[in-house]
Design a protein around this ligand. Sequence first.
Ligand SMILES: Cc1ncc(COP(=O)(O)O)c(C=O)c1O
Length: 359
Amino acid sequence: MTFDEARALFPVLARYAYLNAGSVGPIARPTIAAMERELHRELEEGRGGAERFEAVVELRRRVREALARVLGVDGECVAVTSSTTESCRLVVAGLDLGADDEVVTTDVEHFGLTGPLAASGARVRVAEVRDRQADEAYAAILREIGPRTRLVALSHVAWTTGHELPVGELEQELTVPLLVDGAQSVGAIPVDATPYDFYTVSGQKWLCGPDSTGALYVREPESLRVAAPSYLSQETYEPDGSFSPKPGAARFDPGWTGGAVLEGVLAALEVAPAWRYERASQMAARCRELLAERADVVTEPGHATLVTWRAEGDTKQLVQAAHEQGVVIRELPRLGWLRASCGWWTNEEDLERLVAAVA
Ligand SMILES: Cc1ncc(COP(=O)(O)O)c(C=O)c1O
């Protein structure tokens, strides 16, 4: 598939310089077509019956395997969830943290991770990395780790600064579990989740999947408690609710996902070309270069696919003004920063439109 053929699958790109996959990715025609086919089947043939149930269970198995391939891991270790936030909740709740425990995170995280950490009851220690050089993050995080640390939880790519955080180095150093928030990495940069204890996926961002899709990789599913069981978690159960969990990470599956959404995830994953990461990285580098000629760019060179810069003026109004010129970006609340997301579908014209809109 050539670049032009691949890009043409996303009608929104013909209208907008769509630079907001860090919030939600563009949707491709085959993704919507697959979902429509499934919805029509439900309309005509109904949603009930053992055959239908089995078909959706089989679709779920295929989604689990397909998401596992994106992470380079075994499908047995992947739970199909609805978001990164939900995946973080499942891990944090399963660790049974208490007031005597500490968790370590950073000051560039999304509430989807920090909310569950705060709700755990553990003391949350926040490493200050936002206003430092990216290569100072590792030491800043290590400084927060102590004898009470039960979990280190941070993003692979920070949604604010756009910097890659040192998850690989941390994984080698740590003796406590590491939870990696993959919302801004999976589908954007190559990911091998195998070494991590827990790694989350958002399906609606860089994977261009439907809303409310995601996953959780758990390296050793048997060693995390099933704190939020669903009907899908159990192999067998008793009247009092006690249950034998399913083998593998399927035990963490938090609930039913409709067939149309599952079909949409499979179709979206098939759209992504082999050259996705290389192209996205080139476009992000080009975007950074163009913005750096005109603005104070926060994101250092050589990171992932988000580019953030300090704006002059009201960021909400700037985002709105850019939208009126056909350019979709976002503001980062309370920071006075703007952010552009560059995907494998981004072209030079999108970047020229961005620069013209924010100059
Ligand atoms: C780093 C990060 N973590 C978590 C989230 C929340 O993701 P989800 O909507 O999949 O829960 C986001 C969303 O922007 C994010 O950027």
